[in-house]
Design a protein around this ligand. Sequence first.
Ligand code: 9YW
Length: 418
Amino acid sequence: MTDRRDEAVSVLRENRHDGYTIPSATLYPYQWNWDSAFIAVGLAGVDPEAAKRELRTLLSAMWDNGMAPQIAFWADAEGYFPGPDEWEAGNGDVQTSGITQPPVVVPAARHVYETTGDDAFRDELLPLLDRHLSWWVDERSFDGDTVYVRHPWATGMDDSPAWLSVLDSFDPEDITDDLDYVREDRKSDELSDQRPTDWDYDRYVALVRQGKALDWDEAALREACPFLVEDVLTNSIFVRACDDLAALYAAAGDESKANEWRRQAEHSRAGMRERLWDEELGTFVSYDRVNDRKLRVNSVAGLTSVFGEVPTNEQFASLRTNLRENFLRYDYGCPSYVGPDMDYDRYWRGPVWMNVNWLLVDGLRRYGATETADRIEQDSLELLDREGFREYFNPETGAGRGSDRFSWSAALYLDWTT
Ligand code: 9YW
């Protein structure tokens, strides 16, 4: 093992708690949903039992209705806002947040299964994964094809510029009368300039307080919530998750279930191609269901559609031109957003993130775009080798930003260097 791989393993060991791995010891002291999925991918090759446990713990926080929460508060911790008392949500065993995150758990489960060949693990997870994806279709889809989220944090790309016009479409005081809170995410001066602004934060908190006031009731929130967005990243991952669930069923010999989920994947893909494609930008975009409009922003989220094999060949040709001309003209690919007010250092408004690069590399290889995939993979490894396992990176200088010893950066390094 190289020194860097050893270090990646030790980051994951340091951040491991009882059955799950926290994203960062300095910023995020609980279990996060898609973080754990990426972590399981990296652990699969070095500690398969820990990888399985990571996913089991993640799924044991699932609600009865099949919602897999963004955060599970397994143990008390200091210094994170909004914590368990703020959300007042959970499944009886564990307190959780009231929103979800993109269902990377299914691709991760398939990866762990295929690495270990553990049929019992596959069979144990199948009904849980099925329940979760069925929840997306039953509770989070207007038309049965594309799915929606009701908070920017649920997309995993908290302060993406794609959300600005939706956040601007409502007054936080119209949905809650309590906007008192203290942020915990700007502990140093350096971080202050990199985190979401207070204007965004007021709206994030208002959406949380509205959800809590309505007891996290999906039907009530579908009526009242001003943020109902068909996020392109979530949908791309959802489509891939349906395909991967079908593959797991096929491995278990259940062709009828496999076909059911293949059909869902095709149906959701067709919905995305029809409603989320933006010819002028050459990418897929998210859709605001409340105001019935496309959110026309060139975010890397649109490019992750390759992870779900969503673009037709024709769409892929435009998307690849957009990727090369707009995103890969920086020294380090692939920035999270390009366009007006791009900010190289601010969270999801410009910096490079390793989990996104991992989705892109995987998807681009599916389209046979080997050179482009290699470029993004090499940029990622260069950044991690040079800067360490940072949370995000400046696309111009490559400087590491945010927290250090960040779990998914370490985990995906392990997967790329296997
Ligand atoms: C938050 C943990 C999470 C990630 C998100 C990222 C950030 C902040 O950190 O969210 O308070 O949830 O935007 O994608 O899962 O690493």
